[in-house]
Design a protein around this ligand. Structure first.
Ligand code: ZN
Length: 431
């Protein structure tokens, strides 16, 4: 493990120097001052390094609260001339004690995607522990998730844009001034073709950008034929500040824009505001949003979230949405889940444009990198295959397309919403 790249380490060595029994105080440095670094209170105790997870705000939206405090990402620099073996203990909050990762991922550089390490994760009374070996005068970056740094993602897409038909559009800037970039497979939109919008990177630590990278590569090689009949837009990183600031789920204003898509809030949520403006320019027929489970274990199943048919306008769109869902459910091991979450982009995009959505589409890191890539491609293949039998000309709502909202649909949606929300609100009232 590790390599002799102490030069890279020197850049990031500001954070923490500590004494370990037989080591000198300059032997080991904890590194967290890099893009994506995330760790709290690291302490050396004999041969152990004890750390806590950095905490970010819980998100409450649509009567549900979500906790994204799951991951760490830090480096250790070994300044000595000996190989160092360190037992790392992750000290968890009580509510997270059941979340023990199966795999630890490492990289000699914080700007490359991390790879599976062979270290075993064992239970510990504080949480869990694992052993790491660091070569002399080397750095090793360590995480409990398949970390894909934004530098690596940007580099991949920049190089893919050298090939036709992929083109970049910068559609806005984030809170911290990072570029918001989309990649499209067309010069000018052909309205005779359906448009599929694919996103990832709402929740930076999930490693789901592996999916969008794989889809983009596939569309430029063996899957290129698909771009003849379908237009694609891929946004690999919806929340770039989350990547650079080491957040699990939020942007730098503390907004988890998957659950709470504040498209009206330019000041605190420009990532959502500009994405919404971009979508108005290119209203998609289909919207897919990849996420990935990491340390949640076997109880979490791969597969799409879908919305009740009632939320689509027009008989045909309802029918196509259900056909596509069936084709996704036919993928081995996939299990769909119904989600009613009106504050998400998935709901807003259907309400405004009548877009068919599968958001989130949950992958699972237990599939391994190759498994994640292959499933993501299969998902798109199944959607495109179903699309070949659909006429979507009259799908998009006015003023962006030609469809009127039928009153019958509006009414049944209102009834559904009341039936769903009323008991939750009453429960809250009498709590
Ligand atoms: Zn997610």
């Amino acid at each position: 493990m590790g390599s002799r790249n102490s030069q890279t380490c020197q850049i990031h060595n500001k954070i923490f120097t500590s004494l370990i029994n037989n080591f000198t105080n300059t032997d080991l440095l904890i590194l967290s001052d890099f893009s994506g670094g995330s760790i709290r209170d690291p302490k050396f105790l004999a041969q152990d390094l004890i750390c806590k997870l950095k905490l970010e705000p819980l998100v409450t939206a649509d009567n549900e609260t979500h906790d994204y405090n799951l991951h760490f990402n830090f480096g250790i620099q070994n300044n000595s001339k000996q190989l160092k073996t360190i037992n790392i203990i992750i000290d968890l909050e009580e509510q997270h004690l059941n979340l023990k990762p199966k795999t630890i991922y490492t990289s000699p550089s914080p700007t490359h995607q991390y790879c599976e390490s062979k270290t075993n994760v064992l239970p510990n009374e504080l949480g869990y522990q694992f052993e790491i070996k660091i070569d002399p005068e080397s750095c090793l970056y360590i995480s409990n998730t398949l970390w894909n740094p934004i530098d690596a993602i940007n580099k991949t897409f920049e190089s893919l844009c050298q090939q036709e038909p992929l083109h970049v559009i910068d559609y806005g800037t984030s809170c911290n001034g990072n570029k918001l970039s989309a990649y499209k497979t067309f010069q000018d939109r052909d309205l005779n073709k359906p448009l599929i919008l694919i996103t990832s990177g709402f929740h930076p630590t999930e490693g789901d950008t592996t999916a969008t990278e794989a889809i983009a590569k596939w569309l430029l090689t063996t899957g290129k034929d698909n771009t003849k009949n379908v237009d694609f837009v891929i946004i690999p990183v919806v929340n770039p500040d989350g990547f650079t600031s080491g957040y699990n789920g939020c942007n730098t204003s503390g907004i988890n824009l998957f659950w709470d898509f504040q498209n009206y809030n330019l000041k605190s949520c420009p990532e959502a505001y500009y994405l919404w403006e971009f979508i108005k320019q290119f209203p998609p027929n289909i919207y897919l949003d990849f996420h990935a489970y990491s340390i949640q274990g076997k109880q979490k199943k791969i597969g799409p979230y879908f919305k009740p048919e009632i939320f689509y306008f027009g008989k045909l769109t309802k029918e196509y949405a259900s056909k596509m869902l069936k084709s996704l459910e036919s993928l081995p091991g996939n299990k769909s889940q119904k989600l009613y979450a009106p504050s998400t982009l998935a709901y807003k995009i259907t309400k405004t444009f009548n877009t068919i959505t599968f958001a989130k589409y949950h992958l699972h890191q237990d599939l391994g990198i190759h498994g994640l890539q292959q499933l993501a491609i299969n998902v798109v293949q199944n959607i495109v295959h179903t699309l070949n039998h659909c006429d979507l000309h009259d799908q998009i709502l006015r003023p962006y397309g030609s469809r009127h909202k039928p009153y019958k649909d509006i009414l049944s949606q209102m009834l559904y919403t009341c039936r769903y929300s009323l008991p939750k609100q009453l429960k809250k009232q009498f709590k």
